[in-house]
Design a protein around this ligand. Structure first.
Ligand SMILES: Nc1ncnc2c1ncn2[C@@H]1O[C@H](COP(=O)(O)OP(=O)(O)O)[C@@H](O)[C@H]1O
Ligand SMILES: [Mg+2]
Length: 302
């Protein structure tokens, strides 16, 4: 069971993503990024966050702690933004919280190096859950204390939106050519060998059990919340065993605009690509400097 806390203060909205999550404080003195049941994307987004986030954690990937948050919409009464007011009003009851990582920064593929083993684990995991939301445009990863953390698993498991076709949908391949870690030479075969055997029926049953029942009730075609939990297990279990053969990786390229804020881009020289590191001496450094010089000035060099 996820820990349940109660929201005590709505601090501020987060506008980078699409779902308008908010930062809230809670009665355990924690600070959380809150995802609302009343958001347009609906409660299935929250189910995906729990199933995939808790699965990632059990596979050894870093995901901030997830909790459920009781919300009384009165805490947002002083909130001037109409959109936020509406969201809070529509979200009374149980919502999802993710531990807020203070000082973390959005992952930038030009500013941080990821080794092929770690890149492989993330790409393989995203293929398993069919994550369409880890592209260079929208990495949904944070760097915190020098480590990579995975966030935002709402846009995954597309099959949960049409259960009658779930079996064939979950058997489909995964195109990772747009994945933000594709340029790092992800060792998907090693990741599959390490992680696929861990994705057992027991493990999947355990993560499906973490989803609050109230986000599962009244799903058409299911007699009980337990039957619906079982459907998540049944979709992921066969996929874990075979997906590594059906992952498409594009040609490695880093010709993408940096998303780092100007102050960071100025300080961090991009690392040479891992596969070319050995043969790069001064030349490699020069190439790195050239690349940095090509960076678009995002905030006028402030
Ligand atoms: N645990 C966290 N700690 C710090 N910042 C976070 C955390 N989770 C999300 N964020 C910030 O909030 C933004 C939106 O969160 P995200 O989960 O991606 O929501 P959305 O579904 O709207 O894309 C992220 O891009 C990131 O900048
Ligand atoms: Mg996001």
């Amino acid at each position: 069971m996820l820990t349940e806390v109660t929201a005590t203060r709505y601090v501020t909205p987060l506008r980078e993503g699409g779902s308008l999550p908010g930062i809230v404080e809670a009665d355990d003195l924690g600070t959380y990024v809150m995802k609302f049941t009343g958001a347009g994307q609906g409660r299935k987004t929250l189910v995906a966050e729990v199933v995939c986030g808790e699965l990632a954690r059990r596979l050894g990937l870093r995901v901030p702690e997830l909790v459920t948050i009781q919300l009384d919409p009165v805490i947002g009464l002083a909130e001037p933004d109409q959109e936020v007011q509406e969201l809070l009003k529509a979200s009374g009851g149980l919502n999802l919280g993710m531990d807020y990582l203070p000082g973390s920064i959005g992952f930038d593929p030009l500013a941080y190096e990821v080794d092929p083993a770690e890149a492989g684990r993330v790409v393989w995991f995203d293929a398993l859950i069919n994550n369409v939301d880890r592209s260079w445009r929208n990495p949904n990863m944070l760097v915190w204390h020098g480590d990579l953390w995975l966030i935002d698993h709402g846009a995954t498991m597309i099959w949960q939106h049409n259960w009658p076709t779930a079996r064939s949908a979950s058997a489909k391949p995964y195109n990772a050519s747009d994945h933000v870690l594709a340029p790092f030479g992800p060792d998907v075969a090693a990741a599959a060998a390490e992680l696929a055997p861990l994705v057992t029926e027991e493990l999947l049953t355990e993560v499906a059990a973490e989803v609050p029942a109230e986000w599962l009730v009244d799903e058409p075609g299911f007699e009980s919340t337990e039957a619906l939990r079982r459907a998540y297990v049944d979709a992921l279990l066969p996929r874990a065993a075979t997906i590594h053969d059906r992952i498409t990786l594009g040609a490695p390229t880093r010709d993408r605009p940096s998303q780092a804020p100007g102050w960071l881009a100025d300080r961090l020289a991009p690392q040479p690509h891992a596969s070319g590191r050995d043969e790069q001496g001064e030349q490699g450094e020069q190439a790195g400097q050239d690349k940095q010089a090509e960076r678009p000035e995002k905030d006028g060099g402030k």
